[in-house]
Design a binder for this molecule. Structure first.
Ligand code: SDX
Length: 482
């Protein structure tokens, strides 16, 4: 790496080396055998793996070469894509562990920076290690001045997530040739630089959209304090750090840090599997996070609550969420893995009360009352009970951000900043694997069989437009609802 390593790098290369290697995923031994009988009566034995916790997994890597068959699992509901040591979710129990530590414990006693250290190095730091690490992270919060020019090019009403996709992707133009993605030391530096710069990039997206001067980070503040300082301070006044608000925001950052192989993390891993620039891979993750089915839900929840407007409308909106003749879903409810209460939502709900009280905004953020009534109504409704649809992390987050005067359009940007540590450490974990393979799933082809090419002068007008011949409603998958 040609760049001069920062203080942390120089002083800790050797001492961290052994710790970094420990986070390389171990390849588990098969714990059992599954026997598959094919339509032609042939059987094949497949190894079954049992992790430290969680469901057993059948290893199908040999299925195609040994039988010619593939598996089909659109949406990956039954598919494990990798082996990981970072995060574990028990959807039925509503449990979430970061490298073995329950999220509730970390939220109560730890900090976001400490969780970043935990994900990068695999263990919780000593006080000295933590102080040095935070000092290093804060020292990396500055961004290249030329990158600041990018913000001037966006339309004033650009969605901040569109800006983040652009500027984070642009980091790959400023940090490309200096890194060797195959060197663990360089991957560590990439992680530190990315996570440190995300709050700055986000704050600048907010400030430039409002025509406010950008505020440079300042070493006298902590990592989270610097984010608030860059977001809300003005050159005219001193900046007062409110410890309650800092702790609330720090906790929210921790809750969003990582979450197994969700859509955006899987996007980062797939992009990274082609050995693409890691900053460009993170931009791909931000893109995937933006959708309202994923990280965009926090913004969609608040917009939904504003649209519901009052408690009298709750039954109408519950009915709308249950009917299948529209695409409306109750934002902030349901989860692919949690079939119990999302443990992060519980912490967020408690946080919500404390921030509303601290900011004295309970009375003017009517959505906070509405959210509680909506949750109570949904949790009593058979449709939600039968489908095990509970509030997820996004249900209360927006109300807390509203109380912190963070604009709705910035909610998913907040999520992207917070999840950057999870994305980049999942990328590091993938890159540290002994066998590097590009992710390339297959498909069940239901299009046209080979057909004769008709020269254009001989073609007749089609009676009706030839829509693609996907099955109108494939009962097997229930996925193609045209
Ligand atoms: C995040 O993956 C992660 O870990 C994500 C995340 C993370 O930290 O990275 O936790 C963050 O993205 C949280 C989720 C935020 N999204 C929302 O709140 C959007 C609303 N929720 C849904 O769109 C939905 O619940 C998903 C996308 C979260 C999960 O979708 P699934 O697992 O594919 O579930 P599904 O679409 O198969 O739904 C199963 C049934 C269906 O009904 P039936 O066909 O059985 O009759 O439940 C229904 C769905 O229609 N359903 C809902 C619903 N969520 C599911 N019905 C109404 N409102 C909802 N919110």
């Amino acid at each position: 790496m040609s760049q001069s390593p920062n203080k942390w790098h120089q002083e800790t290369i050797e001492s961290q080396k052994s710790k970094m290697e420990k986070t390389v995923p171990i390849s588990p031994l098969p714990s059992d055998i599954a026997t598959l009988t094919l339509p032609n009566g042939k059987t094949i034995q497949l190894p079954v793996y049992k992790g430290t916790k969680g469901p057993p997994m059948i290893d199908i890597t040999q299925l195609q070469s040994k039988t010619g068959y593939f598996t089909l699992d659109p949406g990956f509901s039954s598919t494990g894509a990798c082996i990981s040591t970072m995060t574990y979710i028990d959807g039925d129990k509503g449990e979430l562990l970061y490298r073995g530590y329950p999220i509730e414990t970390l939220a109560k006693y730890s900090s976001y920076i400490e969780v970043c250290y935990l994900f990068i190095y695999g263990h919780l730091p000593s006080q000295k290690e933590l102080s040095l690490f935070e000092e290093t992270m804060v020292s990396e919060m500055m961004i290249n001045e030329k990158l600041i020019e990018f913000y001037k090019g966006f339309a004033t009403d650009s969605h901040p997530m569109a800006i983040m996709v652009g500027v984070v992707g642009a980091l790959s133009a400023f940090m490309h040739k200096d890194f060797d993605v195959n060197d663990p030391r360089d991957r560590e530096q990439i992680a530190i630089k990315l996570v440190a710069k995300m709050p700055t990039l986000a704050a600048y997206a907010y400030r430039t959209a409002l025509g406010l001067p950008i505020i440079y980070p300042n070493k006298k503040y902590s990592f989270i304090e610097n984010f608030l300082y860059m977001m809300f301070s003005t050159p005219m006044n001193d900046f007062n750090v409110d410890k309650v608000i800092v702790k609330a925001l720090d906790t929210i950052f921790m809750l969003h840090a990582d979450h197994e192989q969700n859509a955006s993390t899987s996007t980062v891993r797939i992009a990274g599997s082609s050995l693409a620039n890691p900053f460009a891979c993170i931009a791909a993750g931000i893109t995937a996070l933006w959708g309202p089915y994923h990280g965009g839900a926090n913004e969609a929840v608040l917009n939904m609550l504003k649209e519901i407007g009052n408690k009298e409308n709750i039954p109408k909106y519950l009915q709308k969420a249950k009917s299948k003749d529209n695409c409306f879903r109750l934002m902030g409810f349901g989860h692919r893995v949690y079939k119990n209460y999302d443990p992060r939502a519980k912490v967020m709900q408690e946080m919500c009360y404390s921030v509303l009280e601290k900011t004295q905004r309970a009375n003017d953020i009517l959505e906070s009352q509405l959210a509680i009534l909506l949750e109570q109504a949904a949790l009593k409704d058979d449709y939600f009970i039968q489908r095990k649809l509970y509030p997820n992390v996004d249900f209360y987050t927006g109300i807390v951000y509203e109380a912190l005067s963070i604009p709705t359009s910035m909610f998913t940007v907040m999520f992207a900043v917070q999840r950057s540590i999870g994305w980049i450490c999942q990328w590091m974990e993938m890159m540290s694997e002994k066998v590097q393979r590009i992710s390339r799933p297959r498909q069940l082809y239901v299009g046209e069989d080979q057909r004769e090419y008709i020269p254009i002068q001989d073609r007749k007008e089609e009676e009706k437009s030839r829509v693609c011949k996907l099955p109108m409603h494939s009962s097997l998958f229930g996925l193609v609802k045209v």
